[in-house]
Design a protein around this ligand. Structure first.
Ligand SMILES: *Cc1c(COP(=O)(O)O)cnc(C)c1O
Length: 370
């Protein structure tokens, strides 16, 4: 198609305009709400470690200096806590950046990347951004289905993304299932295990992926400081990967992709194991309580091992998810709509402070009576 000269302007690569941009959780409530409880992005209700807060304050006087481009101290802190070799760790500006770097590095136009039906939206976005084709594997019972993932793999497949536990369902695959998936994948397919919520899982049959990465050339594990460490605003992620993958990502990443404040906060947060333990204990206590309460209200909750719950509403629109969201927002409780994840009639709630959790249950009790 020829264009008139005045219509000519720079055009993006093919496919970019087909990407539906990521929509983050809301952070504002209805007008006149005095206290807002943000329960929409799986943030830590206890906040960041006090040591991390101090570390960032101390950095404020040194902002003119470039950060250490290889995040050495942060990699060492992570390696020490997780028992890993720092040479197999690479840090990033949030783990989202890693998903993008992996897609840019291993996917070409015409290639395919597989993820699951209710999987994290970012996998699809970065697959499309790389010009490749996203392929969805159906889940069974709101849980990743290994047989369906294997069936979705073709000679064009280059990456399989698996969030374990998954967001927004909170369900997980036991290690045996992940191992079975890996065993069925061709050796040239990269298995990306996204362990954003790994620290929260208290199940004997769960393993975040360390063992599979260590023993294979085609498995990587991504992790984040945004959830358990309460540092979502600092943007820190990390990957544990075989040396050849680290070598690729080193070439692809920005030279100073982790900023100086993030490095300081990350080191302090990683070393504060007591804060992590407090967070896990708070989460276990309130997640159990919330599940009981929602169930007593007649609302089904997907069994979650993460720091959030997927709550299913009835089909009657007066008491459906959208109406519930409006009702809660007007009272300062911000949950996450998940229609874009294939759940038009559910809301995802981050386990919050005691005040927020009790407040949501009280408000929903009124809402369901209305
Ligand atoms: C929150 C989340 C992440 C982490 O994203 P960051 O970029 O590190 O903040 C990654 N994967 C999943 C599944 C998540 O829910």
């Amino acid at each position: 198609m020829t264009k008139a000269p005045e219509q000519i302007r720079p055009e993006p690569r093919a496919g970019i305009m087909e990407i539906a941009a990521y929509v983050p959780g809301k952070s504002t409530a209805g007008a006149g709400v005095t206290k807002v409880h943000k329960l929409s992005s799986n943030e830590n209700p206890l906040g960041a470690s006090p040591h991390a807060i101090e570390a960032v304050k101390a950095l404020a006087g040194k902002m003119e200096f470039y950060p250490d481009g290889s995040s050495s101290r942060l990699r060492q802190a992570i390696a020490a806590v997780h028992g890993l070799n720092p040479a197999n760790i690479l840090c990033s500006n949030g783990s989202d950046e890693l998903i993008g770097l992996l897609a840019q590095s291993y996917l070409s136009p015409g290639d395919e990347a597989v993820y699951t039906e209710h999987g994290f939206m970012v996998y699809k976005i970065y697959t499309q951004a790389a010009g490749a084709t996203p392929v969805v594997a159906r889940e069974t019972g709101e849980k990743a289905d290994v047989d369906n993932i294997i069936a979705a793999v073709t000679p064009k497949t280059k990456i399989v993304f698996l969030a374990n536990p998954n967001n927004p369902t909170g369900t997980y695959l036991p290690f045996e299932e992940v191992r079975r998936l890996h065993a069925a994948l061709p050796r040239n397919v990269l298995l990306v295990l996204d362990g954003a919520y790994a620290e929260y899982v208290r199940r004997n049959d769960y393993e975040s992926g360390v063992e599979l990465v260590a023993g294979n050339e085609n498995v990587v594990m991504t992790r984040t400081f945004s959830k358990i460490h309460g540092l979502g605003g600092m943007r820190i992620g990390w990957i544990y990967a075989p040396a050849h993958v680290i070598d690729v990502l080193e070439r692809m990443r920005g030279p100073f992709n982790v900023n100086a404040a993030a490095i300081e906060a990350g080191v302090a947060a990683m070393q504060d194991r007591a804060h992590v333990e407090r967070t896990v204990a708070h989460n276990a206590q309130w997640s159990e309580w919330l599940i009981e309460q929602f169930t007593a209200l007649g609302l089904r909750v997907t069994p979650s091992v993460g720091n959030f719950l997927l709550i299913h509403f009835t089909d009657d629109t007066r008491h459906g998810a959208a109406a519930a969201d409006d009702y809660l927002s007007a009272r300062g409780y911000i949950l996450r709509r998940v229609a874009g994840y294939g759940f038009p009639n559910a809301l995802r709630m981050t386990i919050g402070t005691e005040e927020a959790n009790r407040g949501v249950i009280a408000a929903l009790t009124e809402f369901l009576k209305s």
